[in-house]
Design a protein around this ligand. Structure first.
Ligand code: UT7
Length: 328
């Protein structure tokens, strides 16, 4: 058993096309003031024509390998969280593998919506500590723009596209690395955020498409309430598991779904907002990509230094949520 796993490198792959709130107000009945006040979002990045989920994911994975100082050929597993795969079958992770020019290693997708990266990190942490793999690439990637209903202002203004990735491997220093992970789910809230069509409940038919069942449906208020409650409790679980108080945390990299959710969680766990890395204003909600994109940004901006204690948290459809504590 390896005592600890740690993040050896990070990377992101984000589209170059930036779409502002004003741009959206030209296609749907919304405005910059509403979106800014209710969510904190000013702009988001939407994928370019001709590119797909695995392109963004492969870009993030390549950048993460580079920052870890390894070649993609040294990877021994790929775990990819997404709800917007290239196609329902096969896994998007195999296309990423192909685009990285490698083969033979396990590569699979997991479905935990906005918590997908944290679920993937938990799996990678276990693989590495069990001694099974030494270089696991965990990717969170989403191209929600291709499945949103661009006539529904309740959802289409909230999301952005992008990918983030990390490489997880054994930590030589047992005091550094992933200290804990906690993941949770509650199917009792499944109806509040879902894509109802395209599965076995509502297979794709002309009628299911006419009824717009292939788009994201969300009860925003219910998700908001549950997000504040569960992100706070998952953060507290991480603190308690490590014998820490909020004052011990140097930086929080939380899922960027709504600035008001982050503010409410900060208040509940008694941490000032300046301890949170915020990029929602520039990316919107990129679902499973949100935490790894924010982590990569914070790291490259020099906000994360060795020895710092970093708290991750995320919540999404399922509901699925979780937290992780790291000593960098
Ligand atoms: O990634 C994890 C999953 N997602 C989330 O965590 C999202 C959680 N929920 C939220 O962030 C918020 O609930 C929203 C941002 C989605 C909505 O904010 P809200 O403060 O809960 O607004 P609301 O849904 O209660 O709507 C308030 C009003 C409504 O008008 P009426 O009924 O009061 O006349 C909406 O029709 O705002 C209206 N509205 C809009 N107006 C302009 C809703 N969307 C828009 C819009 N532009 N885009």
């Amino acid at each position: 058993m390896v005592p600890r796993a740690r993040i050896l490198g990070t990377g992101r792959g984000v589209p170059s096309r930036v779409v502002s709130n004003d741009d959206l107000s030209r296609i749907v009945d919304t405005n910059d003031a509403w979106i800014t006040e209710r969510t904190g979002i000013k702009e988001r990045r939407l994928i370019e024509d001709g590119r797909v989920t695995s392109d963004l994911a492969a870009e993030a994975a390549r950048n993460a390998c580079e920052s870890a100082g390894i070649s993609p050929s040294e990877l021994d597993c790929i775990v990819l969280g997404t709800v917007t795969p290239d196609m329902p079958m096969p896994a998007t992770a195999v296309y990423v593998q192909q685009k990285l020019g490698i083969s033979g290693i396990p590569a699979f997708d997991l479905s935990a919506a906005c918590a997908g990266f944290l679920y993937g990190l938990t799996i990678a942490d276990s693989f590495v500590r069990a001694g099974q793999y030494k270089r696991v690439c965990v990717i969170g990637v989403e191209v929600l723009s291709r499945i949103l209903d661009w006539t529904d202002r309740n959802t289409c203004v909230l999301f952005g596209d992008g990918a983030g990735a990390v490489i997880v491997g054994p930590s030589e220093d047992p005091s550094r690395g992933i200290l804990s992970t906690h993941i949770f789910a509650d199917g009792g809230c499944a109806q509040h955020l879902l894509i109802p069509g395209g599965g076995t409940v509502h297979p794709t038919t002309p009628q299911s498409v006419a009824d717009k069942l292939h788009h994201v449906k969300m009860n925003g208020r219910e998700i908001f309430k549950n997000a504040v409650k569960n992100l706070a409790s998952a953060s507290i679980a991480a603190l308690e598991a490590n014998g820490m108080t909020a004052a011990d945390v140097d930086l929080v990299v939380a899922h960027q779904a709504n600035l008001r959710i982050i503010e409410a969680v900060a208040e509940r766990i008694k941490l000032p907002l300046d301890r949170f890395h915020l990029n929602i204003q520039r990316y919107g909600n990129t679902s499973s990509a949100s935490v790894p994109i924010a982590l990569d940004e914070a790291l490259r901006e020099g906000k994360i230094q060795p020895g710092m204690r970093i708290l991750f948290s995320a919540l999404g459809a399922g509901l699925s949520w979780g937290s992780a504590m790291l000593r960098w």
